[in-house]
Design a protein around this ligand. Structure first.
Ligand SMILES: NC(=O)n1nc(-c2ccco2)nc1N
Length: 322
């Protein structure tokens, strides 16, 4: 059934594109019912010709039967933890230390909000999502592939071209504040325990053995880095690498910026601190990373935290009665 195969491939490509428009760009091109009609046509084709079903098919978001437990997986490269700066003085000390170690005055940093969710590692092989794992202890985490496949802003297949044959993407799964309130209301109605905060709700939703339950939770994904990379374009800076991830269809923080020196970092942390309540999800600070990858290599790490990055933390938000 070559015509069926061709039709299924065309539908898959079209549905992946519309999923990207809606869930990653938040800018759909077609109405929901048109999307559902395409999805139902593909589901019917795949039911008639099961050999057409691939792991990147949008019909395979809510996948297999739940496993009895989570498998453990080892990250190809450890997932780092971040050193904290809790004051403008400590942030200044970080930028001075970095400038001195690099023998340079104004160092460029990549700056972004520090999302307060669950850190995960996505593995794309030949452009197709092959595995997702929690951070765990930094070296080993839990295999949550089936659960992460239900998160619509995680692409099942990379867009664009010349992506690396192996690409590990690091990011945060969050439960946006609006969805968190709706979820707790649903939990109360069904007599279940509510979640204390969106971070616990995201972790609880991902660490559900049954992916069908995860699929009912309004989770979002924002990527902020990469792990093992084999092949693909050579990038000299963190910012270039993040733009490449964006081109391949991965969602980045809208507040991602490049800033210069202490003044740039300080202005950024003030700006995001003023925006904090308006952001759609919880953040517990901002993160600054030295932009040039050669500088990151030169600075290396202390224990597990890199010398080339710092998290500037805000005071904990008053425990809002959500
Ligand atoms: N949570 C969060 O938003 N993070 N976490 C990192 C990170 C952790 C280790 C290296 O980078 N970066 C950002 N934006």
């Amino acid at each position: 059934p070559d015509s069926a195969r061709a039709r299924a491939e065309a539908l898959r490509a079209e549905l992946l594109h519309h999923n990207y428009r809606y869930y990653v760009l938040d800018d759909p091109e077609i109405p929901d019912d048109a999307y559902d009609r395409l999805l139902r046509e593909l589901q019917a084709l795949e039911a008639e010709y099961p050999e057409l079903v691939g792991p990147d098919s949008p019909t395979q978001r809510v996948g297999a039967e739940p496993l009895a437990a989570f498998a453990e997986v080892e990250h190809r490269l450890p997932m780092l933890s971040l050193d904290n700066a809790k004051s403008a003085e400590e942030l200044a000390a970080f930028t001075v230390r970095v400038g001195r170690a690099l023998g340079r005055e104004a160092v460029d940093f990549v700056a972004e909000p520090k999302l307060d969710g669950l850190a995960i590692n996505l593995t794309y092989e030949d452009g197709v999502l092959s595995r997702a794992a929690t951070r765990g202890d930094g070296r080993r985490g839990e295999d949550v592939t089936a659960q992460v496949r239900t998160v619509r802003s995680v692409p099942l297949r990379l867009r664009g071209a010349d992506w690396p044959r192996l690409l590990e993407v690091r990011g945060e799964i969050v439960l946006p504040t609006a969805g968190f309130a709706r979820l707790n209301a649903r939990m109360r109605e069904s007599g279940q325990r509510t979640f204390a905060n969106p971070r616990n709700a995201a972790a609880g939703s991902l660490r559900q053995l049954d992916p069908a339950v995860t699929a009912t939770r309004p989770l979002a994904f924002v990527c902020y880095g990469f792990g093992a990379v084999e092949g693909g374009p050579a990038c000299a800076t963190q910012y270039e690498m993040l733009q490449a991830l964006r081109d391949w269809g991965l969602p980045l923080s809208p507040q991602l910026e490049r800033v210069r020196g202490l003044d740039g970092c300080d202005a950024y942390q003030r700006r995001i601190g003023a925006l904090r309540e308006q952001l759609p999800y919880d953040i517990d600070g901002v993160v600054f990373k030295v932009d040039a990858l050669a500088d990151q290599q030169a600075l290396g790490f202390v224990a597990r935290a890199p010398r080339w990055a710092i998290a500037f933390k805000y005071p904990a938000q008053e425990a809002l009665t959500r």
